[in-house]
Write a protein that binds this ligand. Structure first.
Ligand SMILES: NC(=O)c1ccc[n+]([C@@H]2O[C@H](COP(=O)([O-])OP(=O)(O)OC[C@H]3O[C@@H](n4cnc5c(N)ncnc54)[C@H](OP(=O)(O)O)[C@@H]3O)[C@@H](O)[C@H]2O)c1
Length: 248
């Protein structure tokens, strides 16, 4: 296989469900070594066991991305086990939509901590290794909400706009080190993400929207594989995709 994926060591945060899990399976199937991070250790252990049993290489490391030490430990574990880190996928995220006047301060803080700080910690942990290697690829997950603001999603949308700003800043900074950066912005994809909404009425509306429009998580995994599989002198900086039926 000469797909520019085989043999690469890929660290994925939020690998216990949804887009992260689908990406781990897809890249593993293409020959990548996957290192899985999430809080639900039993899920990522089961996934790593399954991928290892299929003859691939996978490692699970319990990780809360709001703790920089745990994110560093995840990346260090990848390098210790497999000698390098080729791709860092900062995917973990939550989406507890609510109108601002409900004052859901805990939700605001958690969203900022996971969606912005978690991405920064992932970059901070991977970058020194990649700069030393003079090769590597950092993939951050934004959203359609990182391109446009919708009703009840001001905070989530702000975090996803921040991910795009951080990714563009990173892209410019890493030129001397030969690193690639990609930000992927999905539309509605069927995952557990709407379950993170804590307001019953908002949750109902989003679940109905996802039931009507969401496409399988493989769509995201293929977009990630596309970016990684390009020749090393090709840097796919942004991918924005939606379900064909999604207008917003
Ligand atoms: N699905 C969509 O329609 C869609 C659209 C645009 C963007 N996105 C983005 O895609 C990314 C993945 O979401 P998903 O759709 O796959 O949702 P999901 O199924 O709910 O998965 C979210 C993942 O993030 C992890 N996570 C949450 N908080 C964490 C924390 N503090 N530390 C470590 N991991 C944490 C979860 O693992 P644990 O709970 O086990 O820790 C889980 O693996 C998110 O950034 C989301 O904003 C999704």
């Amino acid at each position: 296989m000469n797909n520019n994926i085989e043999g690469k060591v890929v660290v994925i945060t939020g690998a216990s469900s949804g887009l992260g899990e689908a990406t781990a399976r897809h890249l593993s199937g293409q020959g990548a070594v996957v290192v899985l991070g999430a809080r639900r250790i039993e899920r990522i252990r089961a996934l790593a066991d399954e991928l290892n049993a299929a003859g691939n290489k996978a490692l699970a490391v319990q990780t809360d991305v709001t703790d920089p030490d745990q994110v560093q430990a995840l990346v260090d574990a990848a390098v210790e086990a497999f000698g390098r880190i080729d791709v860092m996928i900062n995917n973990a995220g939550i989406m507890p939509h609510s109108p601002l006047d409900r004052g859901k301060v805990d939700d605001w803080n958690r969203t900022i901590d996971v969606n912005i700080k978690g991405v920064l910690y992932g970059i901070g942990a991977a970058l020194p290794y990649m700069e030393q290697q003079k090769s590597g690829h950092i993939i951050n997950v934004s959203s359609v909400a990182g391109h446009k603001v919708g009703l009840n999603n001001a905070v989530y949308s702000a975090t996803k706009h921040a991910v795009r700003a951080i990714s563009e800043g990173l892209r410019q900074e890493v030129k001397p080190y030969n690193l690639r950066t990609t930000v992927v912005s999905p539309g509605a994809v069927a995952t557990e993400l709407p379950d993170s909404i804590t307001e019953a009425d908002v949750s109902k509306g989003i679940h109905e929207f996802y039931a009507e429009y969401a496409i399988p998580a493989d769509s995201f995994a293929r977009a990630v594989a596309f970016a990684i599989s390009q020749p090393e002198d090709v840097d796919i900086n942004e991918i924005l995709f939606r379900p064909t039926s999604q207008a917003l």
